[in-house]
Design a protein around this ligand. Structure first.
Ligand code: GLU
Length: 286
């Protein structure tokens, strides 16, 4: 079985224990399967990406004992590729320009109704204000969205293979949930030329990723990716959604949790083996 996985951090802050766990697990699984572990730098948000954080990523991962082929793929180098994928979706009649700002969206969403979700994996569920406005051509500042209803009408049943021991099996995606709990996701963010969702599916396909190893917090996001892969006729990888590393209060670690930064543990004299123990990955796979 071919096994190619990746770790895909954004250089917008220090890597913390949660990232260490994800990267070590992906690399361990690649070794177990005689496969490959790749590193990808997800830096399309140039307003937040910093060269110093990218450098720190390389240093932290090397210190942890990880190895990856070079040169690494950097998303900021690939905007034409994302534009081509967007064009495919536009040619299918599935995209539209959106000029709403946050306040417009909140106003249009109205008062919360019982049982109706307000937020999905892509933030506040878009009420569809610009869907029928037909803003052509879009201005550079416009956001481009996927018309989820139109997209689902072009697709058959959707599913993906989950390989984590906890959730493992064939996960069927509920189209009704995509409509009401996810909605018209963003394909191109303001002034960014792409979005996380569009870039990730294009890159995973171009890099031949067979197995995506990522946190369980992205489980719903994966459903969006399967929609895009199906629309773009890209292979759907297997997914391993792993447990999350939490702080003492049980909260998921975030980039701003500098106290959990790998660099901080390093500077305090911890060893890579200590980090493995902290995240519950005791056995080193060689
Ligand atoms: N850049 C994303 C992150 O850091 C990658 C997650 C993924 O697609 O697996 O959360």
């Amino acid at each position: 079985m071919t096994f190619i996985t990746r770790f895909a951090p954004s250089p917008t802050g220090p890597l913390h224990l949660g990232h260490a766990f994800s990267a070590l697990l992906a690399s361990d699984l690649a070794k177990q399967h005689n496969g490959s572990f790749l590193l990808r730098i997800e830096d399309i948000d140039q307003s937040r990406a910093r060269a110093v954080w990218e450098q720190q990523i390389y240093e932290d991962l090397a210190w942890l004992g990880l190895e990856w082929p070079r040169p690494v793929l950097r998303q900021s180098d690939r905007l034409p590729r994302y534009r081509a994928a967007l064009q495919t979706l536009t040619d299918l009649g599935l995209t539209y320009a959106c000029r709403c700002n946050r306040a417009d969206i909140e106003a249009a969403a109205g008062a919360p109704q019982e049982g109706v979700p307000q937020f999905g994996p892509d933030g506040r569920i878009y009420p569809g204000t610009c869907r029928d406005r037909r803003i052509v051509p879009p201005a550079p500042r416009d956001v481009i969205r996927l018309d989820m209803r139109a997209a689902l009408a072009q697709l058959g049943a959707l599913s993906f293979v989950e390989t984590s021991p906890e959730l493992g099996g064939c996960i069927r995606i509920d189209p009704e949930h995509l409509l009401t709990g996810v909605g018209d996701i963003i394909l191109v963010r303001r002034n960014m030329g792409s979005s996380y969702h569009l870039s990730v599916v294009v890159d995973d396909a171009d890099q031949g990723i067979t197995d995506v190893v990522r946190g369980a917090d992205l489980f719903e996001t994966t459903q969006i990716h399967v929609v895009l892969q199906s629309l773009l006729s890209l292979p759907v990888p297997r997914y391993h959604h792993h447990r999350l590393i939490r702080d003492a209060e049980g909260k998921r670690l975030a980039k701003r949790d500098d106290a959990r930064a790998i660099a901080k543990y390093r500077s305090e004299g911890a060893s890579p083996t200590d980090i493995r123990e902290m995240v519950g990955l005791r056995d080193i796979v060689t």
